[in-house]
Design a protein around this ligand. Structure first.
Ligand code: ZN
Length: 183
């Protein structure tokens, strides 16, 4: 089970249009009780907890669609019994569809929380992450960083609680806007 990727396709509106059989066993272990027929047609975000997490994933999907670039993002998806370290391949397709391939990298009995784990994730979770409202870059170590890179460096989706976002405008976008206003 650990090596069978859960594959699903979403349309331009993030609605699930297809998923493979692995979804069912995955949903079962999560206690979702969402058989495959009930999943197709639903928005992906119905299955993702947390407003900030949803916002970040949505932005990442937008970047992937716009650039037609595949990203691999590590994330955590714990079930009642398991701590699950996973990776999601976000693969842009035609007509703004996206193929998502979720692979389980590590499965550990729940709960496994070490002191450093808890302290580390708490520090990041309690910090505000500044995101540019225009280009969606994130501030990491006081540097504006491209969204996919920033998400991976912060390991945002592996935290038990997502950090809060604060919106701003990065210097590049600010300059760009000023130039537009003056022209
Ligand atoms: Zn910007």
């Amino acid at each position: 089970m650990i090596n069978t990727p859960v594959i699903y396709h979403i349309d331009h509106d993030d609605r699930i249009v297809a998923c493979n059989a692995a979804w069912e066993s995955f949903a079962d272990t999560n206690g979702w009780h969402s058989p495959k027929p009930a999943v197709v047609g639903r928005r992906l975000w119905d299955f993702v907890a947390g407003r900030e997490v949803v916002t970040l994933w949505k932005e990442l999907f937008t970047v992937a669609r716009n650039r037609q670039v595949t990203y691999e993002i590590p994330f955590r998806c714990d079930s009642p019994d398991w701590r699950r370290e996973m990776s999601l391949m976000v693969i842009p397709q035609e007509q703004d569809q996206i193929e998502c391939r979720a692979t389980t990298l590590r499965l550990l009995p729940h709960p496994v929380v070490t002191a450093t784990d808890a302290a580390g994730s708490q520090t990041i979770a309690e910090a505000l992450i500044r995101i540019c409202s225009w280009c969606k870059k994130l501030v990491i170590n006081e540097q504006w960083t491209e969204l996919p890179d920033g998400i991976n460096r912060l390991r945002v989706f592996e935290l038990s609680r997502a950090p809060a976002l604060t919106h701003g405008v990065c210097p590049t976008c600010r300059q760009d806007m000023l130039a537009r206003l003056q022209s």
